[in-house]
Design a protein around this ligand. Structure first.
Ligand code: ZN
Length: 471
């Protein structure tokens, strides 16, 4: 009973905190308005789980990247010792977001991923959605739009000036950075539009030179139906030299096909998992069996399935490993409801116990996008955006202490009435005060207020500084 009251008080307090714009007193004694967001120029789906990490904590400072006006990448930083914000600075110019005549107004595929190399230079990859035929032949897939670009800070740990380099394939999209303990940088992305291989490019010199793209997931024409194999992986660092991948399958139907009158639809199925041992260069499944690369649909089904989900659709796999290397995977699952994907969904959690994949039977988890943090086989947290029953948008952490059999709502980082959020993956190596980046939808606008959230809620900023010129 008393716990219940305490919980309600906490929620009420949070809600009050949300609507009020706090006043604080600065050193000189004059009143200064502070707000919960750090910038108001997030644009479109300013952050997402797939383009990641969108933030890195490094030597006392959290660096964050997001899509801003005209779909250009913006970078800001927060110093946890001095409580000082810097930026946001425009870190590059996207090829997308500039054409007022384009049918799809905001492309959203070129959101930045961010990495800090061992010399302290900050890197972002951004702006791609497969390139166009004007960019020439795409040897690993098809074209769509934009140019994937790589920009680097001109000075170490200084976000104020950037240089765009010409050293990665412009056909990339959905950029995902991983840095290994020895400093090697891996940039993972899809090498083109839907009908393209997924690849990585590796750099061993802090991102000055990247090797040629290496394919790891293969797009392929199907013979029995009018469609092509396509993939959506989410790539992250495992233990030691391992890179882990959770992925689902997109059946990329021809726009006119004899199997489905709806033509090409965002239909995705199944959830898979595999590991890349970067020391040996060998890709493996969860049982340590080597995989022939690039992985085909046939081999994926045979060797890497976490769960076959043939009827419901899937969206956005995420994964993490425990200290023994045993993975846990989550994926959104829901009924086939056509383009809008608004049908009932559930967030499904799976755990590899060393022998088999266990599917959590819990119904506790809300429906939402987010990221997973595995502490041990039993202890796991999921960071989520969701809607509570009374139409309150919420960012919260859901904790399990029994390997996902049941989840309980833990920290609530942010709540807002009558709105929704977009959420990033977990910040790399996060400070407890800054774990995730979210964007809050503004009614009647394509702009979003951007928040940096941690165990103490949003990191605040003066209202004056958080108001960014939107051009
Ligand atoms: Zn497709």
């Amino acid at each position: 009973m008393s716990e219940n009251i305490l919980l309600k008080l906490c929620v009420a307090f949070l809600l009050i905190g949300c609507v009020a714009e706090h006043k604080s007193t600065d050193k000189e004694g004059s009143n200064e308005q502070v707000v919960d967001y750090f910038a108001d120029n997030g644009f479109g789906n300013a952050v997402a789980v797939v383009q990641h990490p969108a933030g890195v904590y490094h030597k006392g400072i959290t660096y964050v990247a997001y899509q801003g006006p005209l779909e250009d990448p913006y970078v800001a930083s927060y110093n946890h010792t001095t409580n000082e914000w810097k930026g946001p600075y425009k870190a590059g110019i996207s090829e997308m977001g500039k054409d007022p005549n384009r049918k799809k107004k905001i492309d959203n595929h070129g959101k930045p991923a961010l990495l800090i190399d061992d010399a302290g230079f900050i890197h972002i990859a951004f702006g791609g959605h497969g390139g166009t035929p004007a960019d020439g032949d795409n040897p690993l897939g098809n074209h769509h739009y934009g140019k994937n670009l790589h920009a680097v800070s001109k000075k170490p740990l200084d976000i104020s000036e950037w240089e765009t380099l010409d050293n990665i394939s412009l056909f990339g999209t959905y950029s995902q950075f991983v840095k290994m303990e020895n400093g090697d940088i891996y940039l993972f992305y899809r090498h083109g539009a839907h009908r393209s291989n997924w690849v990585y490019q590796k750099s061993t010199d802090n991102g000055k030179i990247f090797g040629e793209p290496v394919s790891f997931l293969k797009h392929k024409r199907r013979t029995e139906i009018e469609a092509e194999d396509s993939w959506y992986p989410w790539v992250s660092k495992g233990n030691g030299d391992d890179i882990i991948v959770a992925f689902d399958y997109h059946i990329c139907r021809d726009s006119k096909n004899r199997q489905d009158a709806r033509g090409h639809i965002p239909e995705r199925h199944n959830v898979y998992y595999m590991v890349f041992d970067t020391k040996t260069g060998v890709w493996k499944n969860v049982k340590n069996e080597p995989l022939e690369m690039p992985l085909t649909k046939e081999m994926a089904d045979m060797k890497t399935l976490v769960r076959e989900i043939p009827n419901d659709w899937t969206f956005q796999g995420i994964a993490d490993v425990d200290p023994y290397g045993n993975p846990q995977v989550c994926v959104l699952v829901g009924s086939d409801v056509g383009e809008k994907r608004s049908g009932p969904k559930r967030l499904q959690h799976f755990r590899w116990d060393g022998q088999e994949w266990l599917e959590s039977k819990n119904t506790d988890l809300p429906i939402g996008n987010g990221d997973i943090d595995v502490i041990s086989a039993k202890e796991v947290s999921i960071y989520l955006e969701s809607k509570t029953s009374n139409d309150v948008g919420e960012i919260s952490k859901w904790d399990s202490f029994n390997g996902g059999e049941s989840f309980k709502k833990g920290t609530v980082f942010l709540q807002r009435k009558n709105t929704s959020f977009v959420i990033s993956s977990l910040i790399d190596n996060p400070h407890p005060d800054a774990r995730i980046i979210v964007g809050e939808k503004q009614e009647g606008s394509d702009f979003k207020k951007m928040y940096l959230l941690g165990d103490n809620g949003p990191i605040q900023r003066s209202q004056k500084e958080a108001k960014v010129l939107k051009k």
